[in-house]
Design a protein. Structure first.
Length: 337
């Protein structure tokens, strides 16, 4: 018969003189195999790659076990823990997020990855020394979107410049291409929404930009009228969000995977904020009774640097008897108050 890798072979000896039987088992060694999952969103720079290791030699207990696989591209190398899919399956899987920005080895991200790059995976059994390798070429990439004004934060009524960096949009190396319908700029807290047309900065590049006028006049608060209405208040809170949606060659829309702002991660969203002059309010007009509490409110959208988390700042309080520093906390996400 044929003993398959990972199966057990039993060898028995029967001593006919005393009818004593001796048996032992040996496990047929397996040849490890590595592979990358494939698909429209699994070969995209800026999204995770998925790796599978099949090695029954690692299955030594009845519970799910863990092994290590090295995934590399360009100058970056990451050691990834692959986990067995169940007890005694011998199949181990893991995913690793890829990003376009540079980074250090073993920081949990495969850094500096673009469309066309090759990603490799390698495995060495620590006990037997046998190895396995796999490779995948990234056929598309997740575009990076940034939005900036003439100043940061941008002044009211000044234009916004939306920039998308994506090799996938460069389909004709001999023409300066124009892309419409891919970027929508809206306000984080709702309101106006505008489409931005992108123009390639030069032939055969990966960078496309578009200019969007802004206005603090409520007369421009109409959707897709060519101007983004950005109301101005002491608390600020006027945050423009540029969302980029790309169709991959396979027809699948790449989801937004932005976990931070700017170019740190490949993402489909960019942010900009309107500048505010700020204001300070108290709960009393002129006179204050001793022992009564005082509510101090700071209105300053410029202090809002994290649009998803309430932040804090400090206020100096002084009186004839002395002074102290008071911590004030933002009333919510991106309120500027």
């Amino acid at each position: 018969g044929k003993a398959l890798p990972g199966t057990y072979v039993t060898v028995s000896y029967l001593d006919c003189s005393d009818n004593f039987k001796v048996s032992t088992q040996v496990k047929v060694a397996a040849v490890p195999a590595l592979s990358f999952s494939t698909g429209a969103l699994l070969a995209t720079a800026g999204l995770p790659v998925e790796v599978t290791l099949v090695d029954t030699n690692l299955d030594v207990t009845g519970t799910a076990e863990v092994a290590s696989v090295t995934i590399a591209s360009g100058g970056d190398s990451e050691t990834v823990s692959v986990t067995e899919t169940g007890g005694s399956t011998g199949v181990f899987t893991a995913s690793l997020h890829t990003v376009r920005a540079a980074g250090a080895d073993n920081d949990g991200l495969l850094n500096g990855v673009r469309r066309g790059d090759m990603v490799t995976a390698s495995f060495t059994n620590p006990l037997r020394g046998d190895t396995a390798e796999a490779a995948i070429t990234l056929t598309t990439e997740l575009g990076v979107t940034t939005v900036a004004g003439s100043t940061t934060p941008f002044a009211a009524d000044s234009p916004l410049v939306v920039t998308v960096v994506d090799h996938d949009l460069n389909t004709d190396p001999y023409a300066t291409e124009v892309r419409a319908g891919l970027v929508t700029v809206s306000l984080l807290r709702g309101g106006d929404s505008e489409m931005v047309t992108l123009t390639e900065v030069e032939r055969d590049s990966d960078t496309f930009t578009g200019l969007l006028p802004t206005s603090s006049s409520s007369s421009r608060n109409a959707t897709n009228d060519g101007t983004l209405y950005t109301p101005v208040s002491p608390a600020g809170g006027t945050v423009a969000v540029a969302s980029y949606s790309e169709q991959t060659p396979a027809g699948a829309t790449i989801p937004d995977s932005c976990t931070s702002f700017g170019l740190l991660h490949g993402c489909g969203t960019g942010y900009a904020k309107a500048r505010s002059d700020g204001a300070l309010e108290t709960s009393f007009a002129s006179a204050l009774s001793i022992g009564s509490p005082v509510t101090i409110t700071v209105l300053d959208g410029d202090l809002d640097t994290d649009f998803l988390t309430p932040e804090a700042t400090a206020v100096s309080v002084t009186a004839a008897s002395g002074g102290f520093t008071l911590a004030v906390t933002e009333t919510g996400n991106s309120t500027g108050t």
